[in-house]
Design a binder for this molecule. Structure first.
Ligand SMILES: Nc1ncnc2c1ncn2[C@@H]1O[C@H](COP(=O)(O)OP(=O)(O)OP(=O)(O)O)[C@@H](O)[C@H]1O
Ligand SMILES: [Mg+2]
Length: 311
């Protein structure tokens, strides 16, 4: 394990921000209205954007600013009235390690990346980008099997001193069977890359697949939010209704309200929710008829135990 710890640190020094940063930067203008920000974040599914005037970076604005603005009444005003002007930037030629330190130091969600000579905005960097970049490099350097042995807890230990978590959000469309299961399969791949134990990945995959399919089949759509920390994987599945009036009944093995077309697709045995319960270390379901359902699932990662070694 020790060698791999060193390896991550080595990669963080080896890779430059320009190797991994996002170059397809979505920006917003200082004179744009706050309502434009809301649409931009939703459309691109991002949580913050640099504010650019005539090619010059003048500020940065995030979903936290948007939420605060909305909760303060959401009175229409311009981006420049709300954005942070106290900019913390990074340079494209800096090693990733500098970005890791900066995330630790400031706790922001993203940093603009500038070209050193021109001062022009050339990219954006988030924790997710750093993690993906590092994992891709690790994947190139190690055999698949070795990667799998690489524990997530070590990875988090290497990368940051506080805020040890990765979050990923997926939107789920109701009745969209072409894309059904995509969130769960993407997550499964990500967890493999993170080196999570195979038995845990299996439980996460089953629970999230069942939850995702229920959202596709029974609701008008929703989202799945994954949060991975050193000690657990949390999945929050939210949908926009119709809601469940008797959760206890819905949880019973064999209970289903599925129509014949669902059964024809091979679903509707009434085993989804019981399966989730079996896979989860914690499960909590809240629902309001006419509003929607929120399902929270937690699966503990834990330390290497005997079961893991025998796996
Ligand atoms: N998100 C949801 N919104 C509304 N109703 C739901 C939701 N999830 C489950 N249900 C209700 O709970 C019932 C039981 O769900 P469960 O996942 O256990 O079985 P199923 O989906 O019917 O069959 P299976 O999952 O085995 O294919 C469903 O038939 C449906 O009526
Ligand atoms: Mg189901």
């Amino acid at each position: 394990m020790e060698t791999k710890f060193d390896k991550t640190v080595e990669i963080l020094f080896e890779l430059k921000l320009s190797d991994v940063m996002r170059r397809d930067i979505i920006t917003i203008g200082p004179k744009d209205k706050m309502s434009v920000l809301q649409r931009t974040l939703q459309k691109h599914r991002i949580s913050g954007v640099p504010v650019v005037n005539d090619g010059t970076l003048v500020g940065i604005i995030s979903i936290e600013d948007l939420i605060k603005w909305l909760s303060d009444g959401g009175r229409d005003c311009s981006i420049e009235d709300i954005m942070s002007k106290n900019l913390q930037c990074l340079y494209a030629d800096q090693p990733l390690m500098h970005a890791v330190k900066k995330f630790d130091q400031f706790g922001f969600g993203r940093f603009p990346v500038l070209e050193r000579e021109s001062g022009k905005l050339v990219g954006i960097i988030t924790r997710g980008v750093i993690i993906n970049g590092t994992l891709n490099r690790l994947a190139m350097e190690y055999q698949d099997e070795e990667i799998r042995q690489y524990r997530a807890s070590h990875f988090f230990g290497d990368i940051t001193a506080d805020q040890k978590n990765v979050s990923l959000k997926f939107k789920i469309a109701g009745k969209d069977f072409d894309n059904a299961g995509k969130a769960s399969t993407t997550m499964k791949k990500n967890l493999k890359r993170l080196g999570i134990r195979p038995d845990i990945i299996q439980r996460v995959a089953i629970a999230s697949y069942e939850a995702e399919m229920n959202v596709v089949i029974y609701t008008g759509g929703g989202s799945m939010l994954y949060n991975i920390t050193e000690d657990k994987i949390s999945i929050k599945v939210t949908d926009n209704g119709p809601g469940i009036d008797d959760i206890e009944k819905a949880m019973q093995p064999g209970f289903t309200t599925s129509e014949s077309w669902v059964k024809e697709l091979g679903f509707g045995a009434g085993m989804g929710l019981p399966n989730i319960k079996k896979c989860a270390d914690k499960m909590d379901m809240q629902s309001k008829v006419g509003v929607g359902t929120t399902l929270k699932i937690e699966i503990f990662i834990g330390e290497d135990d005997e079961a893991a070694r025998n796996y």
